[in-house]
Design a protein around this ligand. Structure first.
Ligand code: FA5
Length: 350
């Protein structure tokens, strides 16, 4: 066989194979074309290869070289056809095209817990009245929770059934340092009232004092609609010269009008706290009746003495209100336990 005939057969096959692969519309047609042209046993390229043996001896190197070139070219066209069909099918999972007009999914915004919101607002209101917000520890020693607040060792408020006591406190008590009656080593406790911060503040600064403190307090109370074992209080303390009960009442009235509504009434009922004299319970009008919000009174001279203030020179008032009750009244929440169920359907309302 002459070289010219061999090359002509080879080129014709290349043209046919290229056309067949390019026109294959689906994988089955492409596979059929592959078998026809590139099939290992009876493919047409194989048949042309057999003609190589019949080419004149002198032309064999040129014929062989050309055969390999054409074979590679046909295989390459086949690979391109495979890729073309695969791209047309597309990746399996995202067969749907992206539609930029589809409405998006709004990310849901988180929000502050209603108690945190209430605390922020109370700080704001009292800040406008000139009170600075201060903090105190939740784990307290009995000096700050009881002794300095004029609550003697035998007082029922110190009963283990009324408090969450923790481990033993270290030796060297502030009471002894101040020359007060020595008392035995006792345990630390979770503070049962924010009145502890009155003491911590007065220990650190000289009058005039005008502070509030908001925070968690703990009591082994049974949870019900108005009680929870962990709750929050806002403590207020004002110490200066010539402070009277009238200042206490007008401050609480201004506070109530800002926190609730301008028509709110407040009422003082005589009461007793060891750290105030006289002492009152503070009620605020609500839904045709009264709601107890907290306690208040004029700071007892014994407390002033315990922190080194001169009761002849200074006087002051203090109050402590329940923040859960304030929050419940602001948002018409009938049961404060709802605040701690972590039910987002409830919390999302505020
Ligand atoms: C006191 O805790 C005093 N320290 C308040 C005080 C401060 C008096 C300064 C004088 C001067 P009382 O135990 O009454 O007082 O608590 C105050 C308020 O905390 C209550 O009126 C109530 O609103 C709230 N409260 C008390 N116990 C709970 C509880 N278990 N769950 C939710 N709120 C409570």
């Amino acid at each position: 066989m002459s070289l010219a005939v061999f090359l002509s057969d080879l080129d014709a096959l290349a043209c046919e194979a290229t056309a067949a692969f390019a026109s294959a519309g689906d994988p089955a047609a492409l596979e059929a074309a592959r078998v026809e042209f590139l099939g290992a046993k009876s493919g047409r390229l194989k048949a042309v290869q057999k003609g190589l043996g019949k080419v004149d001896q002198a032309d064999k190197p040129a014929a062989g070289k050309r055969f390999n070139e054409v074979k590679q070219a046909i295989e390459s066209v086949h690979q391109q056809a495979v890729a073309r069909l695969a791209a047309a099918v597309g990746p399996k999972k995202s067969s749907r095209a992206f539609d930029p007009t589809t409405p998006g999914v709004h990310p849901r915004l988180g929000r502050l817990h209603p108690i945190t919101q209430t605390i922020d607002e109370l700080k704001e209101i009292m800040g406008r009245l000139g009170f600075t917000a201060v903090e105190g520890p939740e784990v307290e020693d009995p000096w700050h929770n009881f002794d300095a607040l004029n609550i003697p060792p035998e007082h029922p408020a110190r009963d283990p059934l009324e408090n969450f006591y923790l481990e033993m406190e270290s030796a060297g008590t502030p009471a002894v340092e101040r020359g007060m009656k020595e008392r035995p080593l006792t345990t630390l406790l979770l503070r049962s009232q924010t009145s502890t911060v009155q003491i911590r503040t007065m220990e650190k600064m000289q009058p005039p004092v005008r502070i509030i403190s908001c925070g968690r307090v703990y009591r082994p109370d049974t949870a019900d609609a108005t009680h929870y074992p962990m709750f929050h209080q806002i403590e207020g303390l004002l110490i200066d010269r010539g402070v009277t009960m009238a200042d206490l009442k007008s401050t609480l009235r201004l506070f109530a009008r800002s926190a609730f509504d301008p028509d709110v009434h407040i009422r003082f009922r005589p009461s007793f706290f060891p750290f105030t004299e006289p002492s009152v319970e503070v009620d605020m009008s609500w839904q045709g009746g009264w709601m107890e919000m907290g306690g208040a009174g004029m700071v007892d001279p014994n407390v002033l003495k315990a922190v080194g203030y001169d009761p002849e020179e200074y006087s002051g008032f203090a109050f402590g209100l329940g923040i859960e009750r304030i929050c419940a009244r602001r948002h018409q929440i009938a049961d404060i336990r709802e605040l701690y169920k972590n039910d987002v359907r409830f919390l999302r309302q505020f």
